[in-house]
Design a protein around this ligand. Structure first.
Ligand code: GDP
Ligand code: IMO
Ligand code: MG
Length: 431
C-alpha cells in the first residue's frame, strides 16, 4: 500500500486532472484536500471530455471511491450541478463512490457576492479571482463564523448561524452602498439541498483511517499550484488555501508520516491565469504560440492564460516546499516545432543573480529571467508512449529539467488523452 500526494508546481492548470485520472486506476480512494470550484480539470478518456471542478478526478473510474475532504470549501449548489452533469455523461455517482466530509465548510451565495464586489471595487491591481467565493468562505472559516456541511442538518441552528454570518457581512455590504441580504431564503434552500446530500456525508478522517488500516492506495489530489499557495505563493496574488503537499494531511485528516510519495505536476512551459508576478511571461510571438498550441484558456472562467518559457527556479523551489519525489511533465507536445526552447535558470535582481523567488511583491515584479537555450525538435511527439521514441532534443530537454530542479521526471504526458502518457516509474510502488 502507498499514499501519493499530487500537487501543481507552478500556478495551476499543469494537467493535474489528467494525471490523477491516469493514476486512479491504481488508487482505491482519491481525496481532494483544499480549494473549491475555482479549480478546473479537463479529462479526456477515449475522446470523451469530462470537466471537473469540485469532484475528485478519480470519479470517472468505475471502481474508485472519491472523497471531498474537510479542507475543501464546497458550494453545495455547484456540487449538485456537477454531479447531475456527470450523471448525464453516464458516470455513476452515489454515496457508494462519493463521500463528502462532514466538516467541510460551505461557500454561500453571499461569499460570491463579496468576492465579485471586492474585485470590482478594488482601487489597486485586481487579484483576478475566479469570483466563486473561495476567499470569503475561507475567511469565515478562520474567523470562526463559517457554516460546515454538518450544520445544514439542524434546521433551527442553521438559521441562527446563518443570521450571525449574514449580519456580519451586511455591515460591509451597507457600507459599500449595497442592500442587506436576508438569510431566510438561503436557509430554506440549504436545508432542502442538505437532505439530498446527507447520505454522502461522513467524517473524512474516519474513512481515511479505515483505508489506511486496509493497506489501500490513497491518492491525494491537490488543486491550484505551489505559487498560488497563501503562504508560499506570489502573495497577495494567490488563492486563499495552502496548496502545497503538507496541506494533504490537514485537509483530509492524516499525519505527515502517512505520505509515501509526492508527485509534482509540471507543465513543460509556464502559464498563469489572473494577475500577479510572472518572471518568464512572454507577451510576444513565443507566448502567443504557446497559448495557441496549448489551448491555454481557463476551464472555469474561459480567460486566456498568460504564457512563457519553463522557469526552473520556481519548480526547484516547489520541489523543496513539498519534498517532491518525482515529476510528471505535461504538455511536452506543445513544444513541438519550436526551433529553440528557452529555460529560465536564474533571475537578475538589481544587478545581482538570485536562484529563488523572493517574498517581496515588488522584488518579484522586478525579476529579470536568465535563460539557457536548447535546440527544439522537428515533427510531432503527440501520442508517444515510450521514452525511447522521443526525439533526442526532447530527451535532452527532460534531462536538463531534472538537473535544474533536482528531481527525476517519472511520467511524461504527450497529449490530453488519458492513454498518451509515458510511464517511467510508478509512484505507488516507490518503496
Ligand atoms: P489542471 O487544473 O492542473 O487539472 O489542468 P487543466 O485541466 O485546467 O489544464 C490542462 C489542459 O491541458 C487540459 O485542457 C488538458 O486536457 C490538457 N492537457 C493535459 N495534458 C496534456 C498534454 O500532455 N498535452 C496537451 N496538448 N494537453 C494536455
Ligand atoms: P486548477 O486546480 C489556475 C487563481 C485565479 C486567481 C487566484 C485567486 O485548475 O489548477 P480564487 O478564485 O482562488 O480566489 O482566485 O488564483 N486560480 C487558479 N489558477 N488554476 C486553478 O486551479 C486556479 N484556482 C484559482 O485565477 O488568480
Ligand atoms: Mg485547471
Amino acid at each position: 500500500m502507498s499514499n501519493v500526494v499530487i500537487i501543481g508546481t507552478q500556478w495551476g492548470d499543469e494537467g493535474k486532472g489528467k494525471i490523477v485520472d491516469w493514476l486512479s486506476e491504481k488508487a482505491h480512494l482519491v481525496v481532494r484536500f483544499q480549494g473549491g470550484h475555482n479549480a478546473g480539470h479537463t479529462l479526456v478518456v477515449d475522446k470523451k471530455i469530462f470537466k471537473l471542478s469540485l469532484l475528485p478526478s478519480g470519479i470517472v473510474r468505475k471502481n474508485t471511491i472519491v472523497l471531498i475532504g474537510n479542507g475543501v470549501v464546497i458550494d453545495p449548489f455547484h456540487l449538485k450541478k456537477e454531479i447531475d452533469e456527470l450523471k448525464k455523461q453516464n458516470i455513476k455517482i452515489s454515496p457508494k463512490n462519493l463521500i463528502i466530509s462532514d466538516s467541510a465548510f460551505l461557500i454561500l451565495p453571499i461569499h460570491q457576492v463579496i468576492d465579485q464586489l471586492r474585485e470590482n471595487k478594488k482601487n489597486t491591481e485586481k487579484i483576478g479571482t475566479t469570483g466563486r467565493g473561495i476567499g470569503p468562505s475561507y475567511e469565515d472559516k478562520v474567523g470562526r463564523r463559517g457554516i460546515r456541511i454538518c450544520d445544514v442538518f439542524d434546521k433551527d441552528n442553521l438559521f441562527l448561524k446563518l443570521s450571525e454570518l449574514y449580519g456580519f457581512h451586511n455591515i460591509w455590504l451597507r457600507a459599500m452602498g449595497e442592500k442587506n441580504i436576508n438569510p431566510k431564503e438561503i436557509s430554506e434552500k440549504l436545508w432542502d439541498l442538505g437532505q439530498i446530500l446527507k447520505p454522502y456525508v461522513q467524517p473524512s478522517w474516519l474513512l481515511i483511517d479505515k483505508y489506511k488500516k486496509n493497506s489501500s492506495n490513497i491518492l491525494f489530489e491537490g488543486a491550484q499550484g505551489t505559487f498560488l499557495d497563501v503562504d508560499h505563493g506570489t502573495y497577495p496574488f494567490v488563492t486563499s488555501s495552502n496548496t502545497i503537499a503538507s496541506q494533504a494531511g490537514i485537509g483530509a485528516g492524516l499525519g505527515p508520516t502517512d505520505i509515501d510519495y509526492t508527485l509534482g505536476i509540471t507543465k513543460a512551459y509556464t502559464t498563469r491565469v489572473g494577475s500577479g508576478p510572472f518572471p518568464t511571461e512572454d507577451k510576444g510571438d513565443n507566448g502567443i504560440s504557446l497559448g495557441k498550441k496549448g489551448n491555454e484558456f481557463g476551464t472555469v472562467t474561459g480567460r486566456q492564460r498568460r504564457c512563457g518559457w519553463f522557469d526552473s527556479v520556481l519548480v526547484k523551489q516547489a520541489v523543496s516546499l513539498s519534498s517532491i519525489n518525482g515529476i510528471a511533465l505535461t504538455k511536452l507536445d506543445v513544444l513541438d516545432g519550436f526551433k529553440e526552447i528557452k529555460i529560465c535558470t536564474g533571475y537578475s535582481l538589481d544587478g545581482n543573480i538570485i536562484n529563488y523567488l523572493p517574498s517581496s511583491e515588488k522584488q518579484q515584479k522586478n525579476l529579470i529571467p536568465i535563460y539557457e537555450t536548447i535546440k527544439g525538435w522537428e515533427g510531432s511527439i503527440v501520442g508517444i508512449k515510450s521514452i525511447n521514441e522521443l526525439p533526442k532534443s526532447a530527451i535532452i530537454y527532460i534531462r536538463k529539467i531534472e538537473e535544474l530542479v533536482g528531481c527525476p521526471v517519472i511520467l511524461v504526458s504527450t497529449s490530453p488523452e488519458r492513454s498518451d502518457t509515458i510511464y517511467i516509474k510508478d509512484p505507488f510502488s516507490s518503496n
